[in-house]
Write a protein that binds this ligand. Structure first.
Ligand SMILES: [Fe+2]
Ligand SMILES: [Fe+2]
Length: 265
């Protein structure tokens, strides 16, 4: 199973050439699923969401997405009255989606908030209810791989381009460890990296990979060019290719293969 992980498309602040090349690359690769981890638009306008809707309509495969902080309206009344109204109208009603396939079980949550107890409302938050939803979602899954999607990253890369706070992240990290999630996909920093975390849960070693994607097509570049990730799953292993845009094409610049520990039973 092949999954393309794209993030931070920022329609409205996007580079149309990169957008067209990204679309062609994903279509050529014949992926089974596209995952978009938030900041689909730049300013959450009707016009930007319409562009995003038209972009996703080009994919013949399913698209799984969660919102980001840029998918909320700015400082106007809509932000407080109906924060995800446009996102729901143009893209999808479900802010905390779930997809079960025989090989990979995927759960997503919305970490963007209309208001936060912090000066920077671009930060994220997770609720106790969402942690319970994650537990319940994976409790009924027998798929060999557990994939979790959110916009705001929970791990810091070695090279840190943006300071991030995710409220209640400690509870979510505990849930991720206890639920034995294999891979966490995020964005927000516009910086691709993979961090690992090994937890000893119920006497069983388990590794969680925290995978972030760069911005797929926006002009909001930080330390890296545009990029995205490709995940190739078999029953027992996953290969993650990290691609970056260079001179008219997306090329692999780093790859990691992770093999699941074989269940002694
Ligand atoms: Fe972003
Ligand atoms: Fe963001």
């Amino acid at each position: 199973m092949k999954i393309a992980h794209i993030s931070d498309l920022h329609f409205g602040a996007h580079d149309q050439t990169v957008c067209d090349i990204l679309l062609a690359h994903i279509l050529d690769a014949e992926v089974d699923l596209v995952i978009a981890s938030g900041d689909i638009t730049q300013s959450s306008t009707d016009a930007e969401f319409a562009q995003a809707q038209a972009f996703f309509a080009r994919f013949p495969m399913p698209v799984f997405m969660v919102p980001g902080n840029h998918d909320l309206p700015g400082m106007d009344l809509t932000r407080f009255i109906n924060p995800f109204g446009r996102y729901k109208r143009f893209l999808t009603e479900d802010l905390n989606p779930e997809l079960a396939t025989p090989l990979v079980h995927i759960k997503g949550i919305n970490t963007a908030r209309r208001i936060l107890p912090h000066w920077n409302w671009a930060n994220g938050s997770v609720s106790a209810r969402q942690c319970r939803q994650v537990e319940e979602s994976f409790a009924v899954s027998s798929a060999p791989w557990r994939l979790f999607v959110l916009h705001h990253p929970l791990m810091s890369p070695k090279e840190f381009p943006l300071d991030i706070t995710v409220f209640n992240s400690a509870e979510l990290l505990k849930t991720i460890a206890e639920t034995q999630i294999d891979i966490v996909l995020a964005g927000h920093q516009h910086h691709a990296y993979i961090e690992t975390r090994q937890e000893c849960v119920m006497e069983e070693d388990h590794m969680t990979l925290f995978v972030s994607a760069s911005t797929a097509m926006s002009t909001r570049i930080r330390r890296q060019p545009q990029g995205f990730n490709m995940l190739h799953f078999t029953e027992t292993s996953v290969r993650i290719d990290m691609l970056r845009y260079d001179n008219g094409a997306f090329m692999i610049f780093e790859a990691l293969t992770h093999t699941k520990a074989v269940d002694p039973a």
